[in-house]
Design a protein around this ligand. Sequence first.
Ligand SMILES: [Zn+2]
Length: 258
Amino acid sequence: MKLLNEPVLLSTGVYLQIPVKMTLLDETIIRSNEPEEVLTFKYKDLGNRFIIPWRKIKGKLRRLVLEKQRGLPIEPQCALKDDLCMKCPTCFLFGGTGETSSAGAQYNILSRIYGETFISESEVGDITPYTANAVREQDLTTGQALMSILTVPKETVFRGVVTLKDPTPEMVSILVENLGRLSRIGARSVEWGRVQTEIDGYYLSDREALSVYLRLSGAAQPALTGLPTDQVIPPIDGAYGTLNEQVKILINSLAGGS
Ligand SMILES: [Zn+2]
């Protein structure tokens, strides 16, 4: 199988799956007073595991892809969540709804990037609640308020599979580079939650065959195929530029232009 030469509007059934290993370098907050980000889940077969919902990973990844794009600069006004431009590489990869964007586009874009819940390799052990007195800034005395938060231990390893539908070399370049830039996860990630994200390899196929749930359950998984050796993955800056031009042509045809 090959990567597509150009992005397409209608799917041609080519899937590039990328198994990802995410290692916590810090303790990461799983529950706090803020919205929960990393959770625990009791599976029938896998037991009690830490999980990271895909929408959390996708959200972080989209911000990174958009931030890099803005620096180039390509469509620097495109912003989450209500100011999507609906015509840039990031909108093309992650999707968007025309009516709710300030661009007022008459079309929607389906996401080309799919994922699944990230699951911890090992079962959840004892979770230590971290309790601290809230300190008053004015006189540095501790008041009555107690902060109670739960953390996932550092060095916990999560596994997940990211899937790119109808991949072109430019889309692969952008996704892979930005996966490597995914360095924080979890609630309050400014002070906690450093992670290292590594790619195990590539599986190019006409279906989504890899799943971390199946792998952790002990089911047989196909061997990784790698990327086609006769296709060149361009450097990231050029990849954004080329994909931007290609997307503009596609969007123009969607919007009724010639
Ligand atoms: Zn955009």
